[in-house]
Write a protein that binds this ligand. Sequence first.
Ligand code: ADP
Length: 482
Amino acid sequence: MAKQSLILLALNPSPLLTLMERTLHAADFKVATAHDRASLEKFVQEAIPALMIIGEKFADQDGLSVSADILERFPTLPIIFYADQDTAGLAKFVLKAGLSGYLYSPLNEAEIVDEVQNSLKRARNLGDWLRSEVKRTTSSLAEKAKISEAERAQLEAIIANIQDGVIVMDENQVILFVNRTIRDNFNLGKAAVVGKPLKDAITNGDLHALLSRSREGSFKYHEINFDDGRVFNAQYTDIPGIGAAVTMQDISYLKELDVLRSDFIHTISHDLRSPLTAVLGYAELVERTGALNQDQREFLQLLQGSVQHITSLVNDLLDLGRLEAGFDTRREFVHLEGVLKYTLDMFDAQIKKKKLNLTTEVAGNLEAVRVNPIRIRQMIDNLVGNAIKYTPEGGGIRVSMFMQDKQTILKVADTGPGILPEDQNHVFEKFYRASNVPDNVEGSGLGLAIVKSIVDRHQGRIWVESTMGVGSTFTVLLPTQG
Ligand code: ADP
């Protein structure tokens, strides 16, 4: 046991005080004596004693309450309580107050030294335990902090270096984070963009279009075209509690493949057209060569039907090729309600045959739109044609046309089978036929691809909203000056 520890005596002057001083000195302790509360406080704070012995009465104060007060602020200081005499409740009192031991009169030197040494030993053990606990807890906290810091750094490094572009923003579309791909693609260099609204920090029309679409709820992705020909597919994702993120993937190679595929299809369709015309021509000639029997006539009709089917497919493909190649530049101001009327007149017989309930709602304030009238007619024909084709007998079709923010909006809604959510993004792709198509409904999967191409050529937008078993609504937005 380390001697030379400082023992603070908070005892009124008395023979007992003298006895304590002498005994503790003799046992090789340093001793300090406080005679009043002020000097007691000073000693406790500045000299930091190893132990304190306090009398039942100290400078006219109650020794127990002084001890409680000191322990409140210095909970590890061992305090021995001295009572003038042993009473039944003394031990209980002392333990309840959190003191470490007690002495009472009459006292001898050995008892004093024993009690002091025991209390010091207990205090040291407690101190050691506390220190080791603190060390253990802090080191495990530090370890945890180190792990989560490492994880955070790892995540940041991944996002920062990932090939995909990542922008994270708050609920007001103010930038919280952009990664290197975004900086490189939008030529941001080292510009400080964090804290700025995305629309101000990055001036790219396609990105702005995506941001506006994000508010509409239905459109969450958009293609972003760069001047050097690269194309990215950008998605807008809401992040609860943070705001939203825009992620972008380079799809230039897919676009190139698409161009190759289109070129290939175009060449094939072009080469097929002449032989098909020849087959049709000869089929017609056969009829003129002499009387045919019933079977021959029937087979010839089937042959002609099939050839016509392939011819319309080839024509669709050629059409699509022309649209994608951008040859279609004719523009004139057209009243879309007039075009719609022609379409509906054309389908009148089919609508009646299927007993469909057609409602049309055309606003009175429609402005003329700068478009290619033939293509727009083709687009409306396809949409209304699909609604008729897919809606079962007795169902309903609603066609509406109105103006909104300088754009003409066309909606074609039906009570058909609906399109599964996972198919909805694909129905505008070439040759895509969704899983909802009943076996007996014929089609090539090219109609909506042509519609989408036409809408794109007019700087418009098209999308579908659909619920299985309820129906589908195709919406087209066309800018007036398209
Ligand atoms: P198709 O020649 O098959 O009609 P489209 O390109 O016009 O080709 O349409 C693609 C697919 O989208 C269709 O095969 C069908 O699955 C789905 N589809 C299109 N219009 C509708 C509609 N009004 N209701 C339900 N499904 C539709």
